[in-house]
Design a protein around this ligand. Structure first.
Ligand SMILES: Cc1cc2nc3c(=O)[nH]c(=O)nc-3n(C[C@H](O)[C@H](O)[C@H](O)COP(=O)(O)OP(=O)(O)OC[C@H]3O[C@@H](n4cnc5c(N)ncnc54)[C@H](O)[C@@H]3O)c2cc1C
Length: 400
């Protein structure tokens, strides 16, 4: 069977790789390089940065399966990682809780009270407002660049949601531990996708008779089956005939820098929840995480700015971003920082926000035409694993 996959991010590649492995003919339509958000860049010789995702978890079964299909299993490397910090009360803390919060926290492990639909509601009902807003608020900032009140618990933390109590979730068998990446960066995923790439933008895709037709500026493409794996915000343009819900996205600026005198501690990095009022969302300590990706003698980092709390940050000039990084570094370490190089990746629509009602809206999207499927990280909580899983499910759907 011949299939067109519109969108060549991880979701589209997973669909295409699975279909190809089953002997089907596949074309992937995408104006950009394959891999979508997952791109590894080299702004200067010896300095390699991730312009999108950086790591995946050991429990990401679909990602491991995809890497196997692409012949990349040998390139998977575990990350030493080290300490993860939370900016709380203007300081970096490895243990983010206050003493006064501990009794409620311990009791909260076993409680399963009724709560509202948001991540904030769910945690506040169990472990209290301050932990829900400041600690969980920091954690979710690193994934969705928004506050816990804007996120749906069922969509963002499905295992925790169905386990109901934190203790039950902690005791559930874990699918895999640790944090991983690819030796040469996650951009290798797009490079390893041995599929036919049609480098153009798809306009409207529609059903004509028993064929799917994808209109592009290069002409119309036809196939028996169609997988649409574009970001949620673009779905309406490609499939105007589909009752697509409104998707909200967080804007993020990734500010990648090199410095001879950065004084951040070693470790994974830190996050700053909305209550901190910080000028940044957090910083990945890239040099500690990925040894060998920065020129000798320099420390590399990636500071994230923007999110729903500061959407205008995507418009900031390089100098304004430099100032923010310097102010934040001084606030946290008491020292100045020299930035020898700065490379900004501005994404006005970076990450889909699974807000309250997201799971129900996705369920409504399940009645789809024959030989047609949707894929994308937005089909789940937004991770690479959600993207890969949705791609495999789409391949299964169009061939079933
Ligand atoms: C800064 C950042 C950091 C992240 N960090 C992590 C992380 O560490 N770990 C993790 O698991 N996840 C992370 N994520 C999320 C992860 O990047 C996504 O889950 C995943 O890459 C999404 O893949 P996708 O295929 O769904 O979408 P995309 O990668 O967005 O791919 C969609 C593709 O569709 C194409 N397209 C759009 N419109 C059209 C059209 N009309 N015609 C043809 N093609 C079209 C686009 O060009 C794009 O290539 C991060 C995201 C960002 C932004």
């Amino acid at each position: 069977m011949d299939t067109i996959v519109v969108g060549g991010g991880i979701a589209g590649i997973a669909a295409a790789a699975r279909l190809s492995a089953q002997g089907h003919a596949v074309r992937v339509v995408d104006p950009g390089p394959l891999g979508g958000l997952a791109q590894t860049l080299e702004p200067l010789p010896g300095w390699r940065i991730e312009a999108g995702p950086t790591t995946f978890l050991g429990r990401s079964r679909a990602v491991f399966e995809l890497l196997g299909l692409l012949g990349l299993s040998e390139a998977v490397v575990p990350l030493a990682g080290g300490a993860r910090y939370l900016r709380r009360g203007g300081r970096l803390r490895r243990f983010p809780f206050r003493l006064a919060e501990l009794p409620r926290l311990i009791l909260g492990l076993f409680r399963h009270p009724e709560s509202g639909p948001s991540v904030r509601d769910w945690f506040a009902a169990r472990v209290g407002d301050s932990v829900a807003e400041e600690v969980v608020g920091g954690l979710v900032t690193g994934i969705w660049a928004t506050g816990p009140e804007s996120l749906e618990m069922e969509s963002c933390f499905p295992s925790l949601f169905s386990a109901r109590s934190l203790w039950a979730a902690m005791r559930a068998p874990s699918a895999g531990k640790g944090t991983f990446t690819l030796r040469d960066g996650l951009g290798a995923i797009g490079g390893a996708a041995a599929v036919r790439h049609v480098a153009t933008t798809a306009d409207v895709a529609e059903r004509r008779g028993d064929r799917w037709v994808v209109n592009t500026s290069e002409g119309a493409l036809e196939a028996e089956a169609l997988v649409v794996a574009v970001p949620g915000w673009n779905l309406r343009e490609v499939c105007p005939w589909l009752a697509v819900p409104e998707f909200t996205y967080s804007p993020i600026v990734g500010a990648h820098w090199l410095s001879p005198d950065a004084a951040f501690p070693r470790g994974f990095g830190y996050l700053a929840g909305p209550r901190e009022g910080a000028a940044v969302l957090g910083t990945l300590f890239t040099s500690s995480l990925f040894p060998g990706r920065a020129p000798a003698g320099l420390v590399a980092g990636a500071t994230l700015l923007g999110g729903t709390r500061d959407p205008a940050a995507v418009e900031l000039s390089d100098d304004a971003v430099r100032d923010r990084i310097a102010t934040e570094h001084r606030a946290l370490t008491g020292r100045g920082i020299t930035l020898d190089a700065l490379h900004l990746v501005r994404r006005p629509r970076a990450v889909a926000i699974p807000g309250p009602g997201h799971a129900a809206r996705l369920r409504e999207l399940s009645a789809l035409p024959t030989r047609f499927a949707l894929a994308g990280a937005w089909c789940g909580a937004g991770s690479m694993d959600d993207a890969a899983r949705s791609g495999f499910a789409a391949a299964h759907r169009v061939t079933a």
